[in-house]
Write a protein that binds this ligand. Structure first.
Ligand code: S3P
Length: 170
């Protein structure tokens, strides 16, 4: 299933730990498409880490940086956009991303996400109790469901996720 896929503009969304960055990297390698990792680009622009951005300037400032990077990235041609988990919080982000390409939701149960996020440094999840996280996860699932054109089960190993994605894209 190697080679250049028919669909060349892809957007990965999903909760923290759903595998967006890992899947994006391998998919980009496999397809030779460029990868745009929004979180990484935000950190490069700010010159500090995401936890530091939240700590010093707050979530709203982070969201502004994130939206700014998205505006730049959707101007590019082909490629894979690896989004931060909260990209769905702004309708305007999703309109831009929808105009860029196919939106893929990497869907994963909370149990698996939590085990992957054991050493988690996500400011919005850090030191939060399970009831809060369950409620937050529930709200986010509604948004991922709304915006995803394609849903892929990411509760399994990487090669299988990539194989399914390539099959869908061809
Ligand atoms: C966020 C998820 C993070 C990062 C930021 C906010 C969120 O990205 O963008 O901490 O609101 O869910 P990951 O999905 O890579 O954890």
């Amino acid at each position: 299933l190697k080679g250049v896929p028919a669909i060349k503009r892809l957007v990965l969304i999903g909760f923290s730990g759903s595998g967006k960055t890992t899947v994006g990297k391998l998919l980009a390698q496999t397809t030779s498409l460029p990868l745009y990792s929004i979180d990484q680009m935000v950190e490069d622009k700010a010159g500090i880490s995401i936890p530091e951005i939240f700590e010093r300037y707050g979530e709203e400032y982070f969201r502004q940086l994130e939206s700014g990077i998205i505006k730049e990235v959707v101007e590019k041609g082909e490629g894979i956009i690896d989004c931060g988990g909260g990209v769905v919080e702004r309708e305007s982000n999703m309109q831009l991303l929808k105009s860029f390409g196919e939106i893929v939701w990497l869907k994963c149960p909370l149990e698996t996400l939590l085990s992957r996020l054991e050493k988690n440094d996500r400011p919005l999840l850090k030191n939060k109790d399970i009831l809060y996280i369950q409620e937050f996860f529930g709200r986010r699932e509604v948004l991922y469901q709304r915006y995803g054109d394609i849903t892929v089960n990411s509760d399994r190993d990487l090669p299988r996720i990539i194989a399914e994605l390539l099959e869908i894209l061809n």
